[in-house]
Design a protein around this ligand. Sequence first.
Ligand code: ADP
Length: 248
Amino acid sequence: SKALDTMLYLNGVSVSFDGFKALNSLSIIVKPAEMLAIIGPNGAGKTTMMDIITGKTRPDAGEVYFNGRTDLTKLDEAAIANLGIGRKFQKPTVFESQSVWDNLEMALKKPRGIFSTLFYASDREDKDRILDILETVRLAGRKDDLAANLSHGQKQWLEIGMLLAQDPKLLLVDEPVAGMTDAETVETANLLREISKTRSVVVVEHDMSFVRDLDTRVTCLAEGTVLAEGSLEQVSANPTVIERYLGR
Ligand code: ADP
């Protein structure tokens, strides 16, 4: 089937709220180790799509296949998270009174399932993984600082690091660069590109220069379905995309 070599496959997903179709037969594919950027006007259904992937919202119709086989629409939120889907919401939620290191260590130790303690890695392995994550999220030099003392952008990176500590196969990221400096925005594109070499990433974003820096496949949603997809150049040259979204 079409789902087999995919990390995420939404097939004809629809959901209505009080008769209003927030998603209208939405179909999306994300391959292993691929990043997809989702753009589109307010109300297009981007958040609803993320809610359906993570099991927060149940679709009225359609399937959501994860890792080529599991239909997520049959599972609850905790089971879906345990399969290896991490979601980064727009606002950072780090433990401000803890160090950067301790935030990552706590994220590492969060139990992922009944049997997780049986397979628990050694302290040495934990330390190496934290050091690795610190490098990835550009916080190696800040490991002993309190999270409260990080910039807004660095807190976002720390939270991405905390999600990486859970070793997700698929990372969902909602408007990560809102409120970041230009330099942090560029660095966030770099780090997400690095992460997507080994994991699938879906980024919902409004900032078009950031989407350009992501340098990846783009899907434009409108009215709960795919309006256009391809490179950013292809999508932003689409007359309907210009009229409905970019040309405002
Ligand atoms: P986007 O994230 O692209 O801005 P959303 O997914 O938030 O779009 O919203 C799509 C549409 O669905 C909007 O019109 C929104 O008002 C509606 N909607 C989303 N979630 C709910 C909900 N839980 N109850 C009622 N309406 C909702």
